[in-house]
Write a protein that binds this ligand. Structure first.
Ligand SMILES: C[S@@+](CC[C@H](N)C(=O)[O-])C[C@H]1O[C@@H](n2cnc3c(N)ncnc32)[C@H](O)[C@@H]1O
Length: 338
C-alpha cells in the first residue's frame, strides 16, 4: 500500500517561525544564561526573575521543555546539556550571538521575503536607500559587536574542523580575509603552534579582534591587518581563507576576490573558501539554499553557490587543482591549490 500523503512536514515548516520565536525570546530574556549560573529553579522564582505575566508563563516554559531546550523535574526547571553549553552567554562555547542577531534583525526583515522575491531588493537597514550592510552595521558599536559575535556563533564548529582537517604542516603563514572576531584565525593558531597568522578586515573590527585573540592567548602569533578588499591587495601568505565572504557579493566581486587571493599566495599555496556550500544538484542542502535567500534579504547582489560553481571560478583564476571537503552540518570548504 503506497504511503498516504501526510501534511506534517508542511505544517511544521509553515509554523516553524513560532518555534523559532519561542527560543529567540528565551535567549533575549537570558533564560539559559541565568539558569546556568543560578542552577535549577522553581516555576515561581523563574517567572519572577524573568518578569513573565502569569497568563502564559507555564505554557512558555513547558514549550521549551517539549522542544528539548529545558528539563523539568516536578516544578523545577533546568538547562539541558546543550542549552547549558551553547546558550550560556558567559561560556566561550556560546553560539547565541547569531540567534540574538536573528531575533533583532533577521526575524523582522524576513517578514518581507515575498517583496524581496518580487523586487530582487534587500529588506534590511539598507532597504530605505541607506548605506550597505557593513557600513550600516558598523556605524553602531553595539550592532558591530553583536554581528561579529554572531559570526563566531555560526562559524565556530567549522573553524574547529578547518584548524584540524587541513594539512597545515605543509605551510607556515596564513591570512583570514574578513576575519570578524578572529575565531577561525585563533582556532588555527591554537591547533598549529608552528604557524603565524593574520586577520584582515575593515579597521572598525580591530579592537574586537585584538580582545578576542588576546583572550584566547594567541596574540603573539596572530596580528590584525586593517584594510578594504575593494581598495587594496590582500596580505601575502601561504594560505588565504575566506569564510562567509563570497556569498555576500555578486559574481564579478566573487571572481575579483578569488583573483586577489590567487595573487597573494605562492606556487603550492592554497585558497580555502568555506560556507554552507550548496550541493551540486541543488536539492539537498536546504540550509545553504536558505542562506542564499538570506543574502537576498541582506545584500544587493549576494548569493550562495555550489562546490562545482566555486571550483570553476577558481580554475578560471588559475588554480591548478580544487577539491570540496565537508566540514560540519551544512558547511563545506572548497580548496584551491596554486
Ligand atoms: C559575513 S562576515 C564573515 C565573518 C567570518 N569570516 C566568518 O565566517 O564567520 C563578513 C566579514 O567580511 C568583512 N568585510 C566586509 N566588507 C569588507 C571589505 N570591503 N574589506 C575587508 N573586509 C570586509 C566584514 O567586516 C565581516 O567581518
Amino acid at each position: 500500500m503506497p504511503e498516504q500523503p501526510n501534511p506534517e512536514n508542511i505544517l511544521q515548516t509553515g509554523l516553524a517561525f513560532c518555534t523559532a520565536k519561542t527560543l529567540l525570546s528565551a535567549i533575549e530574556m537570558s533564560l539559559f544564561t541565568d539558569l546556568a549560573h543560578h542552577g535549577p529553579e522553581s516555576f515561581e522564582s523563574l517567572i519572577g526573575r524573568l518578569g513573565l505575566h502569569p497568563r502564559s508563563a507555564r505554557d512558555f516554559l513547558d514549550t521549551l521543555v517539549a522542544l528539548g531546550f529545558l528539563n523539568r523535574t516536578g516544578d523545577i526547571y533546568s538547562n539541558t546539556p546543550e542549552t547549558d553549553l551553547f546558550l550560556d552567554r558567559k561560556k566561550p562555547s556560546y553560539i547565541g550571538g547569531m540567534l540574538e542577531m536573528a531575533n533583532h534583525r533577521l526575524y523582522p526583515f524576513w517578514g518581507h521575503l515575498t517583496e524581496a522575491l518580487r523586487t530582487g531588493q534587500p529588506q534590511n537597514e539598507s532597504k530605505t536607500g541607506g548605506a550597505g550592510l557593513f557600513e550600516t552595521l558598523y556605524a553602531d558599536p553595539a550592532r558591530l559587536k553583536e554581528f561579529l559575535a554572531a559570526m563566531t556563533g555560526i562559524s565556530h564548529a567549522s573553524n574547529m574542523t578547518i584548524a584540524r582537517a587541513f594539512p597545515w604542516k605543509d605551510h607556515g603563514t596564513y591570512v583570514d580575509v574578513g576575519t570578524a572576531q578572529g575565531d577561525l584565525a585563533s582556532q588555527i593558531a591554537l591547533a598549529n603552534p608552528h604557524l603565524r597568522g593574520m586577520g584582515f578586515d575593515l579597521p572598525e573590527v580591530a579592537p574586537i579582534f585584538e580582545d578576542y585573540v588576546e583572550h584566547l592567548g594567541v596574540a603573539d602569533r596572530l596580528r590584525f591587518v586593517p584594510g578594504d578588499f575593494f581598495k587594496q591587495e590582500l596580505p601575502k601568505a601561504d594560505v588565504v581563507l575566506m569564510g562567509h565572504i563570497l556569498h555576500d557579493w555578486d559574481l564579478p566581486t566573487k571572481k575579483m576576490l578569488i583573483r586577489k587571493a590567487y595573487e597573494a599566495i605562492p606556487a603550492g599555496g592554497a585558497l580555502i573558501i568555506y560556507e554552507a556550500i550548496i550541493d551540486d544538484d541543488r536539492s539537498k542542502n536546504a540550509f545553504g539554499l536558505i542562506m542564499s535567500l538570506n543574502m537576498l534579504i541582506e545584500t544587493p547582489g549576494g548569493f550562495d553557490y555550489t562546490g562545482a560553481d566555486c571550483s570553476a571560478w577558481m580554475k578560471e583564476a588559475g588554480f591548478s587543482t580544487t577539491r570540496v571537503e565537508h566540514l560540519v552540518g551544512p558547511d563545506s570548504m572548497v580548496i584551491g591549490i596554486k
